[in-house]
Design a protein around this ligand. Structure first.
Ligand code: DLL
Length: 433
């Protein structure tokens, strides 16, 4: 179902005109209300009057995560605190969190884009949605929750964690939708049997998975394990939270809600805009946000954009599924490696589980990679020789796919730590040294 046909199927020309109008308002808003942006624009010699259409966006300054940290907690807010009705924060692995604030209008817009995402996945008031994203400062739980209420779902705000209870309520309440990270969805599927359930006890139809990079192979794996349709939902707290984009039934890229979030792709090194179809860092400008509007925020997520009309009828620009971030990229003996490439190879082979942990180290000045992979309970290997053969086979497949030698160690099922939210898949001991 298309939630907002007028916008989601608008002509490209009309969309650009609309974006231009919104950009003009936005630039006036930030220039007049955020000292940081006024200073940046003054330094660059750009005035609000220089912005006349969406093409002028390239004249505006970029924003980086460090800018939010430097103005912690509320320095980039564009309205007085009395107009802020909600604050979220992302934990951040180093130092201070980044904080974002929403006005009532921002929350309304958030509901609207989320409703579009959920309707795109075929969700309606007939559904019971189990929201297993974390509730709290993380945007996942509350963000998806409000959207689900907007489309009329019966929402179960269970939050993350407590696997046994997740499965119990899923069975007892007859949840038809599961919203959580793909890694947690995989963990829940693997935990069915040991908690005394089978798929026949569940009514699940659809998964709304996101908040971490995952491959198309993992999407298919989750569809198979759960017997559901799995959708990819993307977002980040700085821009709004979940709901910046998601995919439709054709899974041919994620539709960006570009009347609210204007995307660009830039070169990761030079930060120059790239041509359509070229891969680079995804940058968003929040066209309608009031609380903490951001100009050209560099997400560090790697993607490409596609402006062709989708088979679903939507005209909105689609971003390629994110499988890595420029700052997640490991450089191993000069070769670039994204953890998602490992997930892809493991699932392609289909002989182990998809639970893995990659250990990176430096021995005698040489980078080393050790991959621990969990065996699949259903495909247990009996002899030591079979185990050795299987690890050699995976090493070989990784070597030809990545151009890197990786030492593979097979471990017992359920021995690698599970995450209830975003999965941790790499331990880089070089950084710890
Ligand atoms: O993860 C918001 C969210 C919640 C999205 C629930 C989807 C579902 P942050 O904690 O600020 O916000 O993390 C944002 O997570 O820049 C990406 O690197 C990654 N990410 C989010 N969604 C996806 C996705 C939330 N669908 C960061 N695919 C982003 C790949 C994703 N990566």
């Amino acid at each position: 179902m298309i939630w907002n046909k007028k916008i989601e199927c608008i002509s490209r020309l009309e969309m650009r005109a609309l974006q231009g109008e919104k950009l003009k308002e936005l630039v006036n808003h930030v220039y007049n209300n955020v000292t940081f942006y006024r200073n940046r624009m003054d330094e660059m010699g750009v005035k609000p009057a220089d912005i006349q259409s969406i093409d002028d966006i390239v004249k505006l300054p970029f924003t980086y995560k460090t800018d939010l940290r430097d103005h912690y907690p509320f320095g980039l807010f564009a309205v007085p605190m009395k107009e802020i009705v909600r604050v979220h924060a992302s934990s951040g692995t180093t130092g201070k969190p980044t904080t974002v604030g929403y006005t009532i209008k921002d929350i309304e817009n958030w509901r609207e884009v989320l409703a579009r995402c959920l309707a795109m996945a075929g969700i309606s008031s007939d559904d019971i949605m189990q929201v297993s994203y974390g509730y709290g400062l993380f945007t996942g739980g509350l963000g998806v929750h409000y959207g689900a209420e907007t489309v009329g779902c019966s929402v179960i705000p269970i939050s993350g964690g407590n696997t046994r209870r997740q499965l119990q309520l899923m069975a007892d309440f007859g949840s038809t939708i599961l919203a959580c990270t793909p890694s947690y969805a995989l963990h829940l599927a693997d935990a069915l049997a040991e908690n005394g359930y089978t798929l026949a006890d569940m009514k699940l139809k659809i998964g709304i998975f996101g908040a971490e990079p995952w491959t198309e192979n993992m999407r298919l794996e989750l569809e198979k394990k759960w017997g559901i349709k799995a959708f990819d939902i993307y977002g980040l707290s700085e821009i709004m939270g979940p709901g910046v984009a998601n995919d439709c039934e054709y899974h041919a890229g994620l539709h960006v809600h570009e009347d609210h979030f204007y995307p660009e792709i830039v070169d990761p090194i030079t930060k120059k805009p790239l041509n359509v179809g070229e891969e680079g860092e995804l940058v968003f400008t929040t066209l309608t946000k009031e609380g903490i509007p951001l100009l050209r925020y560099n997400t560090r997520d790697l993607s490409t954009l596609n402006y062709e009309k989708c088979s679903c009828g939507r005209t909105s620009v689609r971003m390629k599924k994110i499988t890595g971030r420029s700052d997640d990229m490991l450089i191993i003996r000069g070769v670039n490696l994204f953890p998602s490439q490992i997930e892809h190879v493991l699932l392609e082979m289909g002989e182990t589980s998809a639970h893995y942990m990659l250990y990176v180290d430096k021995v005698n000045n040489l980078d080393t990679l050790e991959l621990q992979v969990e065996l699949d309970e259903a495909k247990m290997v009996d002899t030591i020789r079979d185990l050795q053969n299987l690890s050699k086979k995976i090493e070989h497949a990784l070597n030809s796919a990545l151009g890197l030698s990786v030492k593979v160690t097979l471990v017992e099922p359920k021995t690698i730590a599970r995450s209830e939210g975003k999965a941790v898949r790499v331990i880089d001991k070089r950084k710890l040294a």
